[in-house]
Design a protein around this ligand. Structure first.
Ligand SMILES: [Zn+2]
Length: 244
């Protein structure tokens, strides 16, 4: 079946059909014409429609044409709709991220949560409107508790980070030349620059860091619970939610 869903890049599919399929010429004829765009017809592109407002820019024709014009010429000129759709899909859908045969179900679970932005980190919880997360700041109060903060900056995990960074630097001494986001992505996914066995070592180091850090958090939670219970029983609920 040659049809598209919004997940497949519906706008791009419509763009291709407007350009290449006679059965969709009626759509081309519906495109508003403005100034010198009038009577313009190019087999690769449809001129973008001038938009004075965001509302109009997001409407059907302007958004479809704008998105379609971002495609590479080679893709727009695909021989058939099937080839076009397949190429667009590859560019839209992320390729599966490998875990390089690591055998740590718990570690893989936490790593996957971090990859998906669904972890215990406050940036993730705040984004998903957890009731107990009123802001995305880390409990250390330095900055947002993001993946890069967790891996690279939070002073709560200073000692754990020494092992992580020593291990990573042994693999690639130039790692410190990368920016925070690149290092975080390396720790989450590995890199196409390295063979699988090296990527496996990198992810094992990341997982070790994650598990030890979480262990520290749960230990701290226990201590907090004890003190809360002894000093202020009514704060027990708050203390639990702080670290869960
Ligand atoms: Zn922190």
């Amino acid at each position: 079946m040659n049809h598209c869903t919004s997940e497949d890049g519906l706008g791009n599919c419509v763009f291709y059909r407007i350009l290449h399929e006679a059965s969709h010429k009626y759509l081309y004829d519906l495109i508003p014409t403005y100034d010198y765009y009038f009577n313009f017809r190019n087999r690769n592109r449809i001129p973008n429609i001038f938009c004075r407002t965001e509302f109009f820019r997001n409407s059907f024709f302007p958004s479809v044409i704008n998105e379609g014009n971002k495609l590479e010429t080679g893709i727009v000129n695909s021989e058939s709709f099937t080839i076009f759709r397949s190429t667009v899909l590859k560019s839209i859908r992320p390729t599966p991220k490998s875990i390089f045969n690591i055998s740590s179900p718990l570690g893989i679970k936490y790593l996957t949560w971090l990859r998906l932005g669904l972890s215990h980190l406050r940036e993730h919880k705040f984004r998903h409107h957890f009731n107990d997360t009123l802001n995305p700041l880390c409990p250390c109060n330095l900055e947002v508790e993001s993946v890069s903060h967790f891996f690279l900056h939070c002073h709560f995990f200073h000692n754990e980070r020494l092992d992580l960074m020593n291990g990573i630097t042994n693999i690639d001494p130039d790692i410190h030349l990368l920016d925070d986001i690149s290092i975080s992505n390396l720790l989450l996914y590995g890199s196409i620059l390295y063979p699988n066995e090296i990527n496996k070592k990198i992810l094992e180091l990341s997982i070790n860091y994650i598990l030890i850090s979480l262990k520290g958090l749960f230990f701290e939670m226990t201590i907090t619970l004890i003190f809360s219970f002894e000093l202020k029983p009514h704060s027990l609920t708050f203390s639990v939610s702080l670290y869960m």
